[in-house]
Design a protein around this ligand. Structure first.
Ligand SMILES: [Zn+2]
Length: 368
């Protein structure tokens, strides 16, 4: 089910997105579409681009920003949610008083080639460091966990030892330290996992350039970035960056419910990250009234997801495979972040739609 919004490749997803933007324009809505070409090609020689559209008046002071696919393969479910929402807007019209900005597949290379990272092996959600921060350093415990997550001999498809090794590692070093070391982002090992890049990379800088005129004139922005791979199968967690004030989180909980989860490590819930998209936006436009939500949909258990990532990364750098995008390690990775399961898909579309609706309500309150 839902094949009409869950695409099988980046080309189809991108075409569907642009087609809907055209239809919205034909329906009389003010639409400004733009393709941000990243200068790379996909598996069928297609030019890869971040597809964007602005619905409504671009000078509007209140903006809803929906982004998908910063993590390549996660772009398939992210795209489905965006297409589903666009179809609803086509039927119901655009809400008054706001403009809605869509950026489809922020990492088109990763989406097309079935990786989570981009063409530089960078996790783009670790690439948006604030302008005054250097692209250097790694988490305290990264060297300790390195042997576990970055095998230099590509693991077999049916390798059993990893779960035992990972379990033993967690027993010795603790779950929160292990999670922190893996998830934070590192800027020292370009072929290893969770690399954040050595500068602001092409896709992210094109995206920021596109956003600048809108954000320069905006007052209030609700930003939703779509992800998968963390949490209970089909359920969503609404993650809020570290550094967001306690009162703001409390008011977000009132509006969006208990799923609002702070990434502030001091509160013991999750882990700190460096250079994520929303941190990067808030650092560059500190005077805007921001509500930033990372909507994370659960797929499988953390070690299973981690294992897919480590196998795929290791095969990419140490395997001798010509057609990497059809290799089992890439297909397994896609499955880990985009389960082919009708219930999961249905939950995702419904919950994606609900959050969008709630964000619209927040923006419309007090709008002139
Ligand atoms: Zn993600």
């Amino acid at each position: 089910m839902w094949e009409d919004v869950f695409s099988n490749d980046w080309v189809a997803a991108s075409q569907r997105f642009r087609h809907l933007c055209d239809k919205l324009q034909d329906s009389g809505i003010n639409v400004k579409s733009e393709r941000l070409l990243i200068g790379k090609k996909g598996p069928v020689e297609e030019d890869l681009a971040i597809d964007t559209c602005i619905l409504g008046n671009p000078d509007c002071k209140r903006l809803l920003l929906s982004t998908s696919g910063i993590h390549g393969v996660e772009g398939y479910p992210g795209s489905a949610i965006q297409l589903h929402i666009l179809r609803d807007i086509l039927e119901e019209g655009l809400p008054d008083g706001i403009a809605v900005l869509f950026a489809h597949s922020l990492n088109p290379w990763g989406m097309a080639w079935l990786r989570r990272v981009n063409e530089n092996n960078a996790d783009l959600n670790r690439n948006f460091l604030p302008p005054d921060e250097e692209y250097s350093g790694e988490p305290e415990g990264y060297h300790v966990v390195d042997y576990l997550i970055n095998p230099t001999i590509p693991p077999k498809q049916r390798e059993k030892g990893f779960f035992f090794k990972a379990f033993r590692h967690v027993l010795k070093h603790g779950w929160s330290k292990t999670k922190q070391a893996i998830a934070e982002g590192q800027y020292t090992r370009p072929e290893s996992m969770q690399y954040g890049g050595d500068e602001l990379l092409k896709g992210p800088s094109l995206f920021l350039e596109w956003l600048t005129p809108m954000l320069d004139s905006a007052e209030k922005v609700v930003a939703i970035d779509l992800h998968t791979g963390l949490g209970k199968f089909g359920h969503d967690t609404l993650l809020v960056n570290q550094g967001v004030k306690e009162e703001k989180i409390a008011s977000m909980r009132t509006r969006y419910g208990k799923r609002i989860t702070s990434l502030d490590a001091d509160k013991g819930v999750a882990y700190r990250t460096r250079g994520d998209l929303h941190q990067g936006l808030m650092a560059r436009w500190p005077n805007l009234d921001w509500t930033c939500i990372t909507q994370e949909f659960g797929t499988y258990k953390p070690f299973k997801v981690l294992n897919s990532l480590r196998k795929e990364n290791s095969w990419t750098h140490h395997g001798d495979v010509e057609e990497m995008h059809t290799h089992w390690s890439r297909l397994d990775l896609l499955k880990a972040f985009n389960p082919k399961d009708d219930d999961w898909r249905g939950m995702l579309l419904t919950r994606g739609r609900i959050l969008f609706e709630q964000a619209t309500e927040e923006l419309r309150e007090g709008a002139k």
